[in-house]
Design a binder for this molecule. Sequence first.
Ligand code: UDX
Ligand code: UDX
Ligand code: ADP
Length: 479
Amino acid sequence: MVIQKICCLGAGYVGGPTCSVIALKCPDIKVTVCDKSVDRINQWNSEKLPIYEPGLDDVVKQCRGRNLFFSTDIETSILEADLIFISVNTPTKTIGNGKGRAADLKYIEGAARMIAEIATSNKIVVEKSTVPVKAAEIIMKILRANTKPGVEYQILSNPEFLAEGTAIVDLVEAERVLIGGEETAEGQKAVQDLCWVYEHWIPAKNILTTNTWSSELSKLAANAFLAQRISSINSLSAVCEATGADVSEVARAVGRDSRIGPKFLEASIGFGGSCFQKDILNLIYLSECLNLPEVAAYWQQVVNLNDYQKTRFTRKVIESLFNTVADKKIAILGFSFKKNTGDTRESPAIYVASTLLDEGAKLHIYDPKVEHDQIFYELMHPLVTSEPERIQKGIEIHSSAYSAVSGAHAIVLCTEWDEFKTLDYKKIYEVMMKPAYIFDGRKILDHEALLNIGFHVQTIGKRLSRTSSIRAQGSQTMP
Ligand code: UDX
Ligand code: UDX
Ligand code: ADP
């Protein structure tokens, strides 16, 4: 089958950018991205896209209305599509069996049932959301149990490896595309059809094909390995703070070993984002279900260490501020889970902010891209607090870093936005309460310069001179 029309179910962080780039690179294919949320589709059709992603606006402007369409008319798009991407959300289950660990596949199941109900001709259905191993099997079971006469389905796994903030580059210059399919002749034919789409711009040698289950597991494994590297370097950051070593120096030396490599060795306040924790929890759940408790315990420790890092950092802030932050004004710089995105899912800033709020702090939050409502949504969420009204009173959101820091006792930097590196810290020092504290959770500031201005500075994985003489041993930190 030559793919002429593609439909994508789910216009989120994965479906939106991925299909925009497919439309850009395949002018001969009509790509329609659908969502059941009218709001979301309206935003995709407006000047202000629903997600912030460098380069995305340009791609959408070039293709929208040409061969890229955003629509709530799911029925028509499914009917006319040769190939359907399922790119719906797969949150961690919050109730029932596997609660807190297993992926909730209700949206995947919903999408599969929708396709089965609507489709009247052969379809290649491609699982694009991150889902546990054997999700393709679920889709297959639903589709094949509800197939109309004369309709055949091929189900492929084609996990997405893009990272937010660099999604467009990651898609345009993908290091690899992975496609898993059934080992039957029809399955292999469908794999080749999808390869043809990517070959519009990806060299054939970078397109890997495998069976469905290997493809699904590779996605979980890739994210688990990346998260594990961060937990590894973060564990060493605690050793560095206790010994006087510098974690950046350790990372530099370790990363020079080509077997290890230099990337993903930045110690931080912990990893966030919609994928890492969710995928590892999935892997843990899968291991438990397969009766492999040692494997589950191994990966669980990656998550535990990440929680430990967030707690350790926040505790350091509180202890440094004379062990009380009640009624103190604290500026939080950065709320997204990393720079160059407005996404806050699993952002470590949520833990830091909610703990400080629980201790009675008054938070003044600034992030260059996160919508103000989104910050309230995260901090007032029932899983975060049982007292949303009290929490709301403790938060003020600002539209500039300078207004957030005015009169603050401390600055807590949670996201590595470039603009935080070039703020006028002399001016900031002037308007803060004294002693003025900066906690750099991302190791991006010039600590020497800040110390010279007069700040008390703490960061991750390195003891700075003003605090080093006092904090000789043990876990207690003093200003
Ligand atoms: C190691 C380090 O590689 C070296 O840099 C350091 O100076 C000393 O320790 P060595 O123990 O001699 O060197 O051998 P290495 O090649 O690292 O293998 C260690 C063990 O890991 C072996 O038993 C090897 O079979 C095993 N291994 C290695 C695997 O099981 N899988 C791999 O992918 C690589
Ligand atoms: C990740 C994977 O990188 C991507 O391949 C996959 O498709 C989806 O999950 P994403 O979550 O968007 O992408 O961002 P990523 O750059 O991986 O960062 C995840 C978290 O790890 C962020 O909170 C980031 O700040 C943190 N991080 C990353 C570190 O703390 N240190 C590092 O060295 C790298
Ligand atoms: P991701 O980061 O995986 O892309 P998002 O939450 O950003 O996840 O996006 C998933 C999108 O999928 C949401 O906008 C949601 O409304 C949409 N969605 C969920 N189920 C369906 C469905 N059956 N049909 C169409 N869209 C769906």
